[in-house]
Design a protein around this ligand. Structure first.
Ligand code: HEC
Length: 94
């Protein structure tokens, strides 16, 4: 019985950790975006009718393109978290 309880608690913690990681990824993406990415354009570019980006992979590519132009030298994880943030807020790709 005791062992069973411990197993349940462990599963519970795993689920909580997964959700927290998701939210912290988006929070990290928002922080990076707010710091580095709002000088030239804001959300109006992401929601305009003829926006360039039309899929999640192309959003990632465009984030990297702007980031490279700015010589920020982000890791893929950082570009990925900004991609997740922009997608959640504006693009809404599956
Ligand atoms: C030096 C100015 C500048 C900065 C700073 C900048 N961008 Fe851009 N960004 C551009 C230009 C120019 C375009 C292309 C606009 C066009 O073609 O009309 C663009 C386009 C984009 C698009 C595509 C919009 C669409 O049409 O769907 C995304 C996404 C994007 N930028 C993300 C970022 C991110 C993330 C950062 C921060 C790392 C960033 N940008 C910082 C200049 C900048």
């Amino acid at each position: 019985m005791k062992r069973y309880m411990i197993a349940l608690i462990t599963i519970g913690m795993g689920i909580t950790a997964a959700n927290a990681a998701d939210e912290s990824t988006i929070a990290a993406g928002k922080a990076l975006n707010d710091k580095h990415c709002v000088a030239c354009h804001g959300p109006e570019l992401y929601t305009r009718k003829n926006r360039m980006v039309n899929s999640k992979p192309s959003l990632f590519t465009q984030v990297q393109r702007c980031e490279t132009n700015l010589k920020l030298q982000w890791f893929d994880e950082e570009s990925q978290s900004v991609t997740e943030y922009l997608n959640k807020e504006w693009y809404h790709f599956k």
